[in-house]
Design a protein around this ligand. Structure first.
Ligand code: NAP
Ligand code: SF4
Length: 676
């Protein structure tokens, strides 16, 4: 194998264990770790990533006791029964030549159950449950629980543990004044506040011996008021090093912070400097994390000396063979994580099993399996958007003879618009990936071809997949054909000129995208610019690393409108991303109006009625983002609307336009291709 990214692949000698390279799969809660009957699936998930070249992986959070559960009956390592379950995971990883750490996570006040405890009884703004102040006797038993949990993890075959001390979980809650107002020896001075994590590390080291990895994930920038200052963070890191940790991992921000840290609009490697700063202070290896998703960035971070190791979780969910593809000099074949959170964190926070928008096999490795076909078929795919591309590449990989017809001059469908939205530049990577995959799997791509019934008949296809997507909906409003009115493809795709004052009709995902497009100064946003706008000081001059945000006057005056009342506007479809969009729109002074009735459009602008009162929005342009309708003219249907020709199949937006998202489109394409 050629070392295409030599720094990323350079071995790291930890003294007692040789790591093949610098890439670590960071901890990510998938939901599989919470139920013992899912451990077979969890084993397959990690084995797949070990096979793909990842040298070291870290499990999702496993609680050392009941009080530390993230969710009721969440994953634990408390007894021999747990050891047996976890052995399935460690054996599978070792069989593939990988190594794995078990993350020990005590949720503290972030737990979603009534037994939650914390350093003090301050409720978190993002949690339903008010914590009880943990008693000193319980602190001592918690230290013992961490020790027992680590010892059992060693018995289960793990190569080490990661102690979760960042993102606002229990150990972070002890370390920061924000959540610790204790008057005993576990609160007050920094020495007292860091006593619990330091005692835990000492206890764990005592239980597991010296040849066992202890990684500690420390919050290097809290991004909340009442967080730690840089001198305090350095002192804690040094105390943890002295107590016996092997690796220090970077944690960025608490979950309750109102600064985005991992969503797609966060520039790549935006926080590498905090890792570089701590590396200068320690002798042990230091790991960088957050929004690192390509081999080029990994290589650059290692080469520049900012970190010894790179932690990536979502990018390895998106592509389990990331490391092998990079090592083979084929980065264009990597299915890059676009940091959308839709398939992974949004699922986890809705109590569902994680997956990945761009990789529907993630966490379903034993269920969605692509087996080589024994009867190759001739298949036509009509439409080169996400659904069509997903189907075509999986079907061709399985050995079918696939021709993909696309009416436009390029593949990508709706993604070719999304990737023009500032903060969504990552969507380009998915189009690039599919471009590489159609080539690799020998899909015949026919562009600029609007297929008709005759073409499909003449082609002699065994199967026809209709993936013709959607067309923007034009709402029935008097004056809708006025020259002021533009569609969202006019703006995002065809570059039509837009005036200074704008009304956006429809506040769904695309209405938000269009608003952000109209308000952005740069695409992509430079890291320094982004940090200043969100008020982040990576040197943590002030406690928590917060600074006064730098806001520029908005480029345009934008009204974002919807007919529905009551619903939070500008929320977007994602549970973990909606608040970021909402705050960004507020920063740009977008006026959001719900309960709007659209009366008419004329030379004066957009006439609306809100709460029975008529208003005229004196705007230069009105942009329609009012949802879509399916395009499925080619689908043969009977009088009841059922498909009348068994060779035809329909997927993605063509099947159902409402609530269409790329995740469903890609999954439907892959699932159909797996069974044809
Ligand atoms: P959408 O989310 O369904 O929003 C459509 C908007 O149009 C709604 O605000 C709706 O609100 C309005 N609308 C619907 N019918 C209308 C009519 N007849 N007249 C006036 N307004 C009307 O659709 P979308 O924004 O087009 O997005 C399409 C899909 O792509 C969605 O599933 C979305 O989740 C996905 N997407 C995702 C992202 C992301 O960041 N993950 C970004 C973009 C798109 P009212 O009915 O209240 O007026
Ligand atoms: Fe990345 Fe989105 Fe996949 Fe999550 S769902 S791993 S954020 S591409």
């Amino acid at each position: 194998m050629t070392a295409a990214f030599p720094n990323m692949l350079k071995p790291l000698d930890l003294g007692f264990t040789q790591l093949k390279n610098r890439i670590v799969m960071g901890s990510m809660h998938t939901g599989l770790e919470d139920r013992f009957y899912n451990y077979g699936k969890l084993a397959a998930y990690f084995a797949e990533r070990a096979r793909g070249g990842t040298a070291l992986m870290i499990t999702g959070g496993i609680s050392p006791n009941r009080r530390g559960w993230l969710l009721p009956l969440g994953g634990t390592m408390n007894g021999l029964g747990d050891v047996v379950n976890h052995r399935r995971v460690t054996s599978a990883v070792h069989a593939e030549g990988g190594k794995i750490l078990m993350q020990i996570l005590h949720s503290g006040r972030y737990g979603y159950h009534p037994f939650v405890v914390s350093a003090s009884d301050r409720k978190s703004p993002i949690s339903m449950f008010k914590p009880r102040t943990i008693k000193e006797s319980e602190i001592l038993s918690t230290i013992r629980d961490y020790g027992r949990c680590a010892k059992l993890s060693k018995l289960a075959g793990y190569d080490g543990v990661e102690i979760m001390g960042s993102e606002g979980y229990l150990l972070n809650q002890f370390i920061c004044n924000r959540t610790n107002n204790r008057k005993d020896k576990w609160g007050g001075s920094l020495e007292n506040r860091m006593r619990l994590p330091v005692e835990i590390v000492k206890r764990v080291r005592k239980e597991v011996g010296k040849d066992f990895i202890i990684c500690y994930r420390l919050s290097l920038i809290d991004l909340v008021e009442g967080g730690n200052s840089w001198p305090e963070i350095v002192a804690i890191a040094k105390a943890l090093e002295a107590a016996g940790i092997t690796i220090l991992n970077t944690g960025i921000g608490w979950h309750e912070a109102r600064v985005p840290t991992i969503v797609t609009s966060v520039p790549r490697a935006a926080f590498r400097k905090v890792t570089a700063n701590i590396r200068k202070e320690l002798k042990i290896p230091v790991m960088a994390s957050n929004r690192i998703n390509t081999p080029e960035i990994c290589d650059d971070i290692i080469a520049s000396g900012d970190a010894d190791l790179i932690s990536m979780a979502r990018p390895l969910l998106a592509d389990p063979a990331f490391v092998n593809k990079a090592a083979a000099g084929k980065p264009e074949e990597i299915n890059t994580c676009i940091a959308c959170n839709q398939g992974c964190l949004d699922m986890t926070f809705s109590g569902k099993r994680s997956t990945c928008l761009v990789n529907p096999q993630a966490c379903a490795e034993t269920e969605l399996v692509y087996v080589k076909t024994t009867r190759a078929k001739k298949i036509a795919v009509v439409g080169g958007g996400m659904a069509g591309l997903s189907f075509a590449t999986v079907a061709a990989e399985r050995g079918h003879d696939v021709t993909l017809f696309e009416a436009a001059d390029d593949i990508g469908g709706q993604f070719t618009m999304a990737m023009n939205v500032p903060g969504k530049e990552e969507f380009r990577e998915t189009v690039r990936y599919f471009r590489a995959m159609v080539k690799k799997t020998s899909v015949k791509v026919v562009l600029n071809k609007r297929v008709g019934d005759a073409d499909l008949k003449a082609g002699g296809f065994d199967e026809v997949v209709i993936a013709t997507g959607v067309t923007p909906r034009t709402p029935k409003i008097p004056g809708i054909d006025h020259p002021k009115v533009l569609s969202y493809p006019d703006v995002l795709k065809h570059g039509k000129k837009v005036g200074h004052r704008v009304a956006v009709i429809g506040a769904g995902g695309i209405g938000i995208d269009v608003s952000e497009f109209l308000l952005a100064e740069h695409s992509p946003q430079p890291v320094d610019h982004w940090l200043a706008e969100w008020g982040v000081d990576v040197n943590s001059t002030e406690p928590g690393g917060l600074a006064a945000p730098v806001r520029h006057p908005p480029l345009r005056e934008v009204y974002l409108l919807q007919r529905k009342e009551g619903k939070k506007m500008g929320q977007g479809p994602g549970k973990t991303t909606g608040w970021v969009h909402r705050l960004a729109l507020q920063h740009h002074q977008v006026k959001m109006l719900g309960g709007v009735e659209y009366v008419k459009v004329d030379d004066l602008g957009l006439h609306i009625r809100v709460g029975g009162e008529d208003q005229i929005l004196d705007v230069d342009n009105i942009i329609l983002c009012a949802g879509q309708e399916s395009v499925k003219d080619l689908l043969p249907v009977d009088t009841e609307g059922k498909i009348s020709d068994k060779r035809f199949h329909v997927i993605g937006g063509a099947k159902l336009a409402g609530e269409l998202d790329a995740m469903r489109a890609i999954r439907e394409g892959a699932e159909l291709a797996a069974r044809l």
